[in-house]
Ligand binder design. Structure first.
Ligand SMILES: [Zn+2]
Length: 76
């Protein structure tokens, strides 16, 4: 039995694979956390989800306006 409190696991909402957890190779993933405000029907709710790189690419393809991509190589 593993203690789930020990390490926070992040699971991709798109495919269900664990993107962050103990003993896993480090992969980059999308992390979204949004607290909806007064002008939303979801006022007061905080939504959180993760997407692996593959699922993020699929999501991105559905966008009408492309994602803004900036070169951050300089940031280190
Ligand atoms: Zn995924």
């Amino acid at each position: 039995m593993q203690n789930q409190k020990k390490t926070e696991k992040c699971i991709c909402s798109g495919c269900g694979q664990v993107v962050k957890g103990e003993g896993l190779p480090i992969k980059d993933f999308l992390e979204v956390r949004k607290t909806w405000g007064f002008f939303s029907e979801m006022d007061g709710e905080t939504h959180e989800f993760y997407l692996c790189e593959e699922c993020y690419k699929k999501l991105r393809q559905q966008f009408v306006v492309p994602v803004k991509v900036m070169d951050t190589n300089e940031l280190l």
